[in-house]
Write a protein that binds this ligand. Structure first.
Ligand code: ZN
Ligand code: ZN
Ligand code: ZN
Length: 548
C-alpha cells in the first residue's frame, strides 16, 4: 500500500512539473526561468556576507539572504584554490583532475611549457591592438552548464560571459557561448577574441566610446561613508598594505590618475571596476535581449576587483570594507534593474566566489596568531642546488606553481635520470621546511598519513598532464605570494575554501542550510533547476533544499 502511494506521488510529480517551479504554465510547456544570472565575486570570503551585514542595504546581500536560499557551509573540494579553477568548477561541477584547468597558470608536464589557463595563440584580440584578447576556453576539457543549456535548446539560448578578468568571463561562458567580454587596460574598454566574433557589436563599441573607466579614474577613490564610521577605520595606514608607485601611504583618498601614470592597471584595484562591470552587464541584457522569451538565457558575471583589493590590502582592510559596501549597493541596484527589465520571478540568480582569501601573515603574527610567508623562489633555488649536486643537471625542478613541484621532464629523459628517485628527493628536501605541514608524491596521495579531507582535495586537484608531481601542504596561515604586503589565496584552509553560495528567484526556496555542500554541487543544482543534462565532467550533486 505504502509503495503504491509513493509511486503515485512520484508519477504525479513527474507529470506535473509545475509543482517544481514557481511560474505556473497554462499551455502545458515546461516551466523554466527566462534568465539565469551567475555572479561570482572574486575572492569573496564567506564571512564577508556577515562582517558588514549591519551596513548592507536591504536590496543587495541582505535581499539575497532574506529572499533567497543560502548554503552556509559550501566548501571548495580541491586544491589549489585560485581564480581560473574556481570559475571553471562552479560552471562544470568538475575538478582539475577532469576539467583540466589546473591553475591560473599550469605546466604542460610533457614539455615543461607554462600555459596560461585561457591562452590561445590561434586567436586574435577583438576591440584593441593589445594582446589581451588572445584568449579562449580551448584548454577547458569538459562542458559547462552554459554549454549544456546551449545543447538542450539547440543553441537558441543566449550565453554571455562578462568579467574584468579574461578567465572570469571566458571559462564560465563555456565553449559554445555567444560572447565573452573582458577588460583591456590599454583602451579602458571591453574586448573579446576572434574565438567568438570578428568585430565587437555596435552596443559594445558605443559603451567603450563613453570612456567610463577614465571618468571613474578621474573621480579618484574615497570612502563611500565618513571614514571614521568604518569597522576597519583604524586599519588604513598599516604596514600590511601595499602601496603603488607615487603613493606615500596606503591611505584614502587615492588620486587614481596620478597612480595610473606608473601603474596602468590601477583601475582593477578600485571598487569602480565592479560598478563598471555591472553597468556593462545591464547594457548587455538590454542590447542582447536577454530574458525576453521562453528560452532561458544565461549571463555569467564575475566581479574581479575585490580580489585585486584583497591581494594589495588584505582581508581586514578599510579598502576591502569600502569595496564590499559599494558592491552591496551595486548589487541592490542590479537586482532592482533585473526586476524591471526581466521581471521579478522570471529570473534566477546565484552568487558565489571562486575562492576566499587569507589574512596578511605579519598582521596575524602581530596579533599572536601563527602564520608565515613561504619563500617559494628561495626554496626552489635551494632544491635545484641539492638536485644538481646529486645528478649533475641544472634546474631539474621547474616551479612550485600551485604548491606543486613540476619537474623538468625533458632534462630527466635526456640524461636518463630516475624520475621516481627525484620525486623522493623533492619530498625529502621539502619536509620540515618552515611552514610545510605535509609534502607528498602525488602517487601516494590516497595512502598518505594525512586527514581524509586533504587527500580528496589533493586528488581532485591533480591533473597528471598539467599538475606538478609533488604536492606541498602548508601550515594554517601560511602562503606563498607576490608580496609580503596584502594577502593571497590558494590553499585548502577555510579562509580560502569556504565560499558564499546564495540563490534567489525563480524555482528557489526561501531559507538557509548549514549542511555541507561543495562548489561542485552548483552546476548540478542548476541542471536540476533547468531540467537539463549536467555538464559532462560533473561530479557534484543537486542541492535538494534549494529547489522548490
Ligand atoms: Zn579569484
Ligand atoms: Zn589603507
Ligand atoms: Zn586572487
Amino acid at each position: 500500500m505504502k509503495i503504491r502511494l509513493l509511486l503515485a506521488f512520484a508519477i504525479a510529480a513527474f507529470i506535473n512539473p509545475e509543482a517544481y517551479g514557481q511560474a505556473k504554465k497554462t499551455d502545458g510547456s515546461l516551466p523554466r526561468p527566462k534568465l539565469l544570472v551567475g555572479i561570482v565575486v572574486d575572492q569573496m570570503r564567506w564571512d564577508y556576507l556577515y562582517r558588514y551585514y549591519d551596513r548592507y542595504q536591504s536590496g543587495g546581500f541582505k535581499r539575497l539572504l532574506n529572499e533567497g536560499f543560502t548554503c552556509e557551509n559550501t566548501q571548495i573540494d580541491y586544491v589549489p584554490t585560485v581564480t581560473a579553477i574556481g570559475h571553471t568548477t562552479i560552471y562544470t561541477g568538475s575538478v582539475p583532475a577532469i576539467h583540466g584547468i589546473a591553475g591560473n597558470d599550469f605546466i604542460i608536464q610533457a614539455t615543461g611549457k607554462s600555459m596560461y589557463c585561457t591562452e590561445d595563440t590561434t586567436v586574435e584580440t577583438v576591440g584593441s591592438t593589445s594582446k589581451a584578447g588572445r584568449m579562449s576556453p580551448r584548454n577547458l576539457l569538459s562542458s559547462t552548464i552554459t554549454d549544456e543549456l546551449k545543447l538542450a535548446t539547440n543553441f537558441r539560448s543566449k550565453v554571455i560571459g562578462i568579467a574584468l578578468k579574461d578567465r572570469g568571463g571566458i571559462l564560465p561562458a563555456g565553449h559554445s557561448a555567444d560572447a565573452a567580454y573582458w577588460f583591456d587596460d590599454l583602451t579602458g574598454g571591453w574586448i573579446s577574441s576572434t574565438y567568438y566574433m570578428k568585430d565587437l557589436p555596435g552596443w559594445v563599441k558605443d559603451f567603450n566610446g563613453k570612456k567610463y573607466a577614465d571618468k571613474f579614474l578621474s573621480q579618484g577613490w574615497n570612502t563611500l561613508y565618513p571614514i571614521d564610521t568604518y569597522k576597519q577605520s583604524t586599519a588604513d595606514n598599516v604596514p600590511y598594505e601595499g602601496i603603488f608607485k607615487g603613493e606615500k601611504s596606503p591611505t584614502f583618498p587615492r588620486n587614481l590618475l596620478e597612480i595610473k601614470a606608473s601603474t596602468p592597471g590601477i583601475f582593477r584595484f578600485t571598487p569602480h571596476a565592479n560598478t563598471l562591470t555591472l553597468d556593462f552587464a545591464k547594457t548587455a541584457i538590454e542590447n542582447e535581449q536577454l530574458g525576453k522569451d521562453e528560452i532561458p538565457d544565461f549571463l555569467a558575471i564575475s566581479l574581479s576587483s575585490i580580489d585585486y583589493i584583497g591581494h594589495n590590502y588584505g582581508a581586514n582592510s578599510i579598502e576591502a570594507e569600502d569595496a564590499l559596501l559599494r558592491l552591496d549597493k551595486g548589487l541592490a541596484n542590479f537586482f532592482n534593474y533585473l526586476d524591471k527589465q526581466v521581471g521579478k520571478g522570471n529570473y534566477t540568480v546565484f552568487l558565489s566566489a571562486d575562492h576566499g582569501g587569507a589574512h596578511n601573515p605579519k598582521f596575524l603574527n602581530d596579533n599572536k596568531i601563527p602564520a608565515g610567508f613561504f619563500p617559494t623562489q628561495k626554496l626552489l633555488n635551494e632544491l635545484n642546488q641539492v638536485l644538481e649536486t646529486k645528478y649533475g643537471v641544472k634546474k631539474l625542478a621547474l616551479t612550485f606553481e600551485n604548491y606543486q613541484v613540476s619537474l623538468n621532464n625533458t632534462a630527466i629523459a635526456k640524461n636518463k635520470l630516475d624520475e621516481d628517485a627525484i620525486r623522493k628527493d623533492c619530498v625529502k628536501f621539502l619536509e620540515g621546511k618552515p611552514g610545510v605541514a605535509f609534502v607528498l608524491d602525488q602517487k601516494d596521495a590516497a595512502t598518505a598519513n594525512i586527514p581524509e579531507v586533504l587527500k580528496e582535495r589533493i586528488i581532485n586537484g591533480y591533473n597528471p598532464e598539467r599538475s606538478g608531481v609533488v604536492q606541498i601542504i602548508l601550515k594554517p596561515g601560511w602562503y606563498s605570494g607576490y608580496a609580503e604586503t596584502g594577502a593571497n589565496h590558494g590553499v585548502w584552509n577555510p579562509y580560502d575554501a569556504h565560499i558564499p553560495l546564495v540563490w534567489m528567484g525563480w524555482g528557489i526556496k526561501q531559507g538557509k542550510s548549514n549542511k555541507p555542500t561543495n562548489m561542485t554541487d552548483i552546476a548540478a543544482t542548476l541542471a536540476a533547476l533547468l531540467r537539463i543534462q549536467a555538464p559532462n565532467g560533473n561530479i557534484g550533486n543537486p542541492i535538494e533544499e534549494v529547489l522548490e
